[in-house]
Design a protein around this ligand. Sequence first.
Ligand code: FE2
Length: 206
Amino acid sequence: MHWAFRRDLDRFTAAVIRTPVEDRVSWRALARRWELFRHILHDHHAGEDAGIWPALRAKADAAGATVLDAMAAEHNDIDPLLASVAEGLDRMAATADPDARAALEVRVVAAREQLGRHLAHEERDALTLAQRHLTPAEWERITKVFFERAKSPREIAALVAWMLHDLPESAATRLLAGAAPVRVLWRLVLRRPFARRERRVFRQAD
Ligand SMILES: [Fe+2]
């Protein structure tokens, strides 16, 4: 998931810089695609806030609690930035405005940096707490309840396509080992249409 968040923000940054201001079709497609990114990120953070951090808080010492406080605060700080990028993309979809694009570039670069810092902080400090305090079975249970069960099959399919897009083959194989139905669904059904859509959305970024 973190890999795909970073991938998306790199692409959006390149697209915002390179898409001609008058290319409404691309800006509209980027605005819609940003909503997918935002929805998945919001859902991911909501699962962490509701499932993972509380389970860790019950076991963490004072230093651990500080890390968990920071995680929640960082999630809150990211939301307005994502909303401001959405507004900027909507504006570009409506009007060819070079000033609006310059403002949007500042916001999307800031979003990439801020989320990048948060993900790195989480990987370094919060996931270390998870490894220290949660057994694999507890981790499994939390991810099932807070990340998987709440979704419809259609949402899971969209998430799988998004997550695996452009992931290096060796990583995809490792990730899907033991999940044969998902592997088949992805390779035969989801992969190509998603890649086609991505090429359309980000055509000016490449
Ligand atoms: Fe997070």
